[in-house]
Design a protein around this ligand. Structure first.
Ligand code: TNX
Length: 516
């Protein structure tokens, strides 16, 4: 009997399919070899080429991850003694992996990671991180040796723009909260952090030529809390922190509507020249700057100049959503002139899909939030025919400020409830009648009417943001809800180790990570 049990065990062990590791986003090509893993320790050398500064810095990210956990930090070196199992990280511009791709080869003898550019190397390191056991994320893991399964991976993203938007206007989030968001984005290979920096309830960025905006407009938030704003130094810190993780910060100042906080701070922006009263409710559509006044245009010029100076990325987002107080002609004229000002500052103009019917010039970026409305879809398709590109943020899929289901306490429901599967199970290539080349990527907006702490941010973002990361990265043909669901069920353990307050959705089997 015992022999039979042993035999059965041996047979299953031999035939057991090697499980796809819990990688999110799933790489374009993964081959699980099934032989012995690489054993990573606190003394495993990380080998970079002589003088390769960026490779050294990225290797340092991996060294720090392991070093946080064990007593020694793996050394970053230019040569390892022959025969020593090592992790080799190399940037080779000839290697044709694209700006963000990489190739990773793991065997018991060593790990080879090659990318054509630094971002690809960083993403390869994130994949290695996800191949390491989740306990590597704890600061004091018990076993100092971490197996990395033997795999061969060839990887590159489907879309160039893989983003999240954080609304810091309805409630303010401090620099450390933003850095936490950046860290969690980087784990999932996201590369655009869109900050919604102004709205009716608050103005959140210092504009040195217009100090009242932050000093007066920054004092309020939804529900009457203290508000706040980022100084020029804070912005520089956020931009640098993000850039170190290959994330571009996209600033948004919402114009001409959603401007009550500016109308409080700068009376001349009102047609009657009188300051508005502060607003801490959650209605939309009631505010606008006075589009007929030259003072307003001087203001727009100042804002765009300051954003262009503070944010090195190539896009400036000027909102444009939900304006009820202007005629269609006034609105269109505003958008046309605003786009010209952004382009004169050397940047690309972006706006919410409301701007699509204003007659955009080529090169504009339209952030689509109402694809479910046929009239909006037709307007966006027309803008694309005129040379615009789109970033997809369909509100009935990836508005991660919607509730997960009727029982979720945080969040809104105007676009419905967005479950984990709803947020994952759709194809950006098929949402609109436009060529895929016109889709720059995807972005999950997190509006902040109902949330005010980083715990709240994490709860609404995870798991849904991970699904958005995979939609933006993984080829459509390689994705399926059942495969994703299984990887997610194991990935939860890593979020737990990182202290991420994620929603244990009943759609997912969280026991797959091995602990419940
Ligand atoms: C619509 S989406 C808005 C925001 C709200 C959001 C809440 C968009 C461009 N405008 O002002 O915060 O709904 O889900």
């Amino acid at each position: 009997m015992r022999a039979l049990v042993f035999l059965l065990f041996a047979v299953t062990a031999v035939h057991a399919q090697p499980r796809t590791p819990a990688l999110i986003p799933l790489p374009a090509e993964v081959e699980v070899r099934g032989d012995a893993p690489f054993m990573m320790t606190g003394t495993t050398p990380l080998v970079v080429e002589a003088g390769a500064a960026e490779a050294r810095r990225v290797a340092g990210v991996l060294a720090a991850l392991v070093g946080n956990t064990v007593e020694t930090t793996p050394p970053v070196v230019e040569a390892a003694p022959g025969g020593t199992p090592a992790v080799r990280l190399r940037i080779d511009p000839e290697a044709r992996h694209g700006a963000e791709g990489y190739a990773l080869d793991v065997s018991a003898a060593g790990v080879d990671l090659v990318a054509s550019a630094p971002a690809g190397l960083f993403y390869g390191v994130q994949t290695l991180r996800q191949l390491l056991p989740a306990r590597v994320e704890y600061e004091a893991a018990l076993q100092p040796t971490f197996p990395i399964p033997a795999v061969r991976i060839a990887d590159a993203p489907r879309f160039a723009w893989r983003g999240m938007m954080l609304d810091v206007a309805r409630h303010f989030f401090g620099v450390e909260d933003v850095e936490r968001v950046v860290d969690l984005m980087a784990l999932h290979k996201l590369n655009r952090l869109h900050l919604h920096l102004s709205d009716d309830q608050g103005w959140r960025i210092e504009i040195p030529s217009r100090p009242a905006l932050a000093h007066v407009g920054g004092r309020t938030e939804v529900g009457g809390g203290p508000g706040g704003y980022y100084t020029v130094e804070d912005v520089a810190r956020i931009v640098r922190y993000a850039a170190d993780r290959f994330i571009t910060v996209v600033p948004e100042i919402d114009l001409p509507g959603h401007t009550n906080a500016a109308l409080v701070a700068i009376p001349e922006l009102n047609c009657d020249g009188r300051a508005r009263a502060p607003y801490t409710g959650t209605n939309v559509g009631f505010s606008t700057v006075c589009v007929e006044k030259e003072e307003t245009w001087a203001f727009v010029e100042d804002i765009v100049a300051s954003l262009a100076e503070q944010f090195p990325g190539d896009v400036i987002h000027l909102g444009g959503d939900e304006v009820e107080e202007l005629t269609a002609e006034q609105y269109a004229a505003f958008v046309t002139r605003a786009q010209a000002i952004v382009e004169a500052a050397g940047k690309r103009y972006a706006g919410w899909d409301d701007v699509a019917h204003a007659g955009l010039g080529p090169g504009a970026l339209v952030q689509v939030w109402r694809a479910q409305r046929a009239d909006v879809a037709r307007q966006v398709e027309a803008a694309v025919a005129d040379g615009a590109q789109v970033v997809l943020s369909p509100s009935d899929r990836i508005y991660i400020d919607m509730k997960y289901d009727e029982s979720t306490v945080l969040g809104l429901t105007w676009a419905g409830v967005n479950g984990v599967r709803d947020a994952y199970d759709w194809d950006p290539g098929a949402l609109l009648g436009i060529p895929e080349a016109a889709v720059l990527g995807v972005e999950a907006p997190l509006w902040a009417e109902t949330i005010s702490t980083i715990r709240d941010v994490e709860f609404l973002a995870f798991p849904r943001l991970a699904g958005v990361a995979e939609i933006g990265w993984t080829p459509q043909a390689a994705r399926s809800w059942s495969g994703y669901r299984a990887r997610l069920g194991a990935f939860g353990l890593r979020w737990t180790a990182l202290g991420v307050n994620h929603f244990r959705s009943p759609e997912v089997d969280w026991t797959l990570g091995g602990v419940e």
